[in-house]
Every structure is written in C-alpha cells, then in structure tokens.
Design a protein around this ligand. Structure first.
Ligand code: HAM
Length: 430
C-alpha cells in the first residue's frame, strides 16, 4: 500500500479558509486605510532573512524563538519573527536617496517558535507603522493616534467617557538614568530590560535572581522593582525627579496627546519595559481593559540606535507592531466582526444545462458593466438556489427556464427586504 502523506499543517501555523480569509482581509483593509489616512506608505520585504539580522546579545526571547536553518548554499537564514530589523536594513541600504522623515507601514507575516497559548501562535500577521527620522515625541503621538483611529473604526470605545483599551506608556530612559548611577549601561542595560519584561510571567523573586546573574544586587533589584510600580506623571516626577529625561519626554508626549484628543487612553505605567533590547526611549503596549486576553494587543517603542548595530549612523526611529491574533479574539468576543459581505451582486440561475449559453452571455455583459456575477451551474431546485444566492449576498437573481429562453426573456428577482420579480428581454443584458 502506498505510504500515507501526513496532511496536517505544520504545528502552530494557520490555514485560512474563505471565512477566515474574509475576516483577515477585512482587518487588513482597516489597517491599510488608517495608515494611508495618516500619510504612511506601504513597503514589504521577503519573509526569509539572514539569521544575523536577529542576533542580539541581550537575551531577547525572540532570538530563541527563531525558525532558522541553513539553506542549500549553507547560508544561515531565518523566517522573520518581526519586521523592524528588515525595515532598518532597507532604510540603511538606501539612506542617501530617501527623503526623511519616512512614514512607512507594512503587514508582514511573522514566525516565532513560541509556546502556544491564547493569543499566541507560531505564525501571525503584524501591522507595523514606523516613523523614521523624527526625534520628537510628536511621532509617538501620531502613531498612537493611528492605533486609536483603527480601534474606533472597528467599533471599540476609546473615548473620555469609556475606554475599552488602555495604552500603557513608559520610557526606558527613566530606568536608564537610574541604572547609569550604578554603572549599568549599554548592553547590560538592554539585558536588564529584557529580564524585567519577564516580571509578570516569572514573578519578583525569579526576576531578582536573573538580575543577580547580571551583577545587580538584591537592594538594587528592589529599587528597580519599586521604580516599575510608578503610575502617572506626578508619581514619576516625585520618584525620578523632574530633570529625568524619561519624565521630560513623557510629559511632552502627554501634552501633545492632549492636543490630539487621545490623552484619555494613555496611562503612564513604568512596569512597561518591552522585551526587545533595541528600544531606547518611549515604550508602549495596548491592553484590553476587560482583561479577557492577558496578552498585549500591540506594542511599540522608540529605537534610535538600531541602525548603529547594522553599521550605519544612528537615525531616530519609532513604531509599533499590532498583531492579528489578539485583536481578532477581542473583536469576536464583542461581536464586532461583520458576518458576511456581499461577494456577489448578481446571481444567474439557468434551470437546465440548455440555459448555460445565455447565462454565460448575460454574465459576461454584467461583469463588463462592473457587476460581481456568479452563475449557478448546479441545476438544483429553486429553493436551494435562492438560499445560495442570499448567502452570497446577491441583490438580484436572474432565472432562465427553457420556456423563458424560448420567449427571449429572463426573470429578474430582487433579493432583500422587498422581493419583486419582473420579466425582462434577454437582449437587455447581452
Ligand atoms: P512585539 O511586542 O514582539 O513587537 O510584537 C508586537 C505584537 O505582535 C504583539 O503585541 C502581538 O500583538 C503580536 N505578536 C507577537 N508575537 C506573536 C505571536 N507569537 N502570536 C500572535 N501575535 C503575536 C515587535 O515585534 C516590534 N518589532 C514592534 C515594533 C515595530 N517596534 C517598533 N516598530
């Protein structure tokens, strides 16, 4: 007997059946529309990248999650786990011919070998918007405003009265200034951030143990954890001091956010550090306030020095990644995903095979006129066909029986609230 082929998809990857694809396209259309509304241009890169792009010393979790392998030419390659390094690489390659600031967006497919859980898969799509070449927090506020616009467009409440989604915002410079006084700088600082990001998952004690491995003593670890408990600008000014660069930056951000009408969505929350070592300034994450999915909906930040690690000069960069998995769960929970779309305008029903020729002629004419047309060649009974036409979202059904064809007419029935059927000469539609 022939050997059976394993027909299951690779663990953790996704098949998109038409119903799933409809939702995915609907989501992507919203993302694209908002990005364009803010004047961002779309770019893309190959999902296959050089592994070296992701090599980081600071212990980023993402590096351990790479889908990497050697290709037939023995090159070390990886499926991208995120878009940011590809973006930096592309900008660096054409740096001299690009007109900064750049406002670019993309919807890349990403792969991470993660432990699968609610909201986390091994394959996901991620809406990215990045602003390159602007060192003002005006860029952060612009990006957050785009996120708010998207959330509102798909039906979330993000208003002063009711805010479904919280933007938790911090700035790594708060911690950086403090750690600099203890001589923890550069790569060591980045590594400390990566450890602290795990705090929610592993708890304070395990966090302190990992910090000890980086030569952070118990007392200092305690102070760091205290700093992470800071909430709100006033508290931050008190703890870090008004001269702290992180505080200054967050204060400026809030002023601009106020002017853009999104301040009500923002919570200054120093527990947000982010798990990627390249961030240098503002960091932010979006959470569902009802808390039914305990994972971040989206995350972003400023990474002004990533380009340097690729051998270029530093360029201010800031952006966010917004995954499709968590948001789809939340949209579904709230019943915000539209049930169906009208994939067809006109539905043509030749009752017998003898009607196929006329049916095709009518279909060809209507499609030329710009209609979306489906011809039902099943020759099923009327009640099945009308149901199928309704399911396809058709607004008209053309019925071609032998008698009608002989008489040179077609029955046109409107589908919807009002059902009206009229005879029309076939010549009207051919
Ligand atoms: P990130 O926080 O690693 O940031 O990912 C951003 C978002 O992608 C997450 O908040 C989540 O929505 C989604 N995501 C990540 N991993 C998974 C997964 N395994 N399954 C489902 N969804 C996932 C970055 O990737 C940065 N590169 C974002 C960025 C762009 N920073 C600046 N520009």
């Amino acid at each position: 007997m022939a050997e059976q082929i394993d027909s299951a998809p690779v663990k953790g990857v996704r098949d998109f059946y038409p119903d799933d694809m409809r939702v995915r396209n609907w989501l992507f259309e919203h993302w694209r529309a908002v990005a364009k509304q803010f004047g961002y241009e779309e770019y893309d890169a190959c999902v296959l990248e050089s592994e070296s792009l992701y090599v980081r010393k600071a212990g980023d979790e993402i590096v351990g999650q790479l889908y990497n392998f050697a290709d037939k030419g023995d090159r070390k390659v990886a499926l991208r786990p995120e878009m940011t390094p590809s973006l930096a690489r592309m900008v660096l390659a054409k740096k001299n011919s690009l007109a900064f600031p750049l406002r670019w967006f993309s919807i890349p497919q990403c792969f991470r070998y993660e432990r699968m859980q609610k909201g986390r898969k091994r394959e996901h799509f991620q809406w990215n918007m990045d602003c390159i070449g602007l060192d003002s927090v005006a860029a952060e506020v612009e990006l957050m405003s785009a996120q708010v616009a998207f959330l509102q467009n798909v039906g979330f409440q993000v208003s002063a009265e009711k805010c479904d989604i919280a933007f938790k915002v911090s700035n790594r410079q708060v911690l950086q200034d403090y750690l600099a006084t203890l001589n923890i700088t550069g790569e060591d600082f980045a590594a400390v951030c990566v450890i602290i990001d795990k705090r929610d998952k592993i708890g304070d004690e395990a966090c302190a143990e990992l910090l000890a491995e980086k030569n952070v003593d118990g007392e200092t670890a305690g102070k760091i954890l205290d700093l992470l408990n800071v909430r709100g600008l006033d508290d931050l000014a008190r703890v870090a001091g008004e001269e702290n660069a992180g505080y200054q930056s967050l204060k400026a951000l809030m002023e601009l956010a106020e002017a853009s009408g999104i301040a009500h969505a923002i919570q200054i929350d120093c527990s947000v550090v982010r798990g990627l070592s390249y961030y240098t300034g503002t960091v932010w994450e979006l959470f569902d306030e009802s808390g039914s999915v305990p994972r971040a909906i989206a995350g972003g930040g400023r990474y002004d020095r990533l380009m340097e690690t690729f051998g270029g000069q530093s360029v201010p960069m800031v952006g966010f990644g917004f995954g499709d998995v968590v948001i789809a769960l939340l949209l579904e929970e709230r019943g915000l995903i539209p049930n169906s779309d009208a994939r067809v305008d006109d539905y043509i029903y030749p009752m017998n095979e003898s009607g196929f020729v006329i049916a095709n002629k009518i279909a060809a004419k209507l499609r030329t006129d710009g209609q979306k047309v489906l011809v039902d060649y099943s020759c099923r009974r009327f009640k099945h066909v009308i149901k199928a036409a309704e399911n396809a979202g058709a607004s008209r059904m053309f019925t071609l029986g032998d008698q009608e064809i002989e008489a040179g007419i077609v029955k046109v029935r409107t589908i919807g609230a009002e059902r009206v059927e009229n005879d029309h000469p076939i010549s009207e539609f051919t």
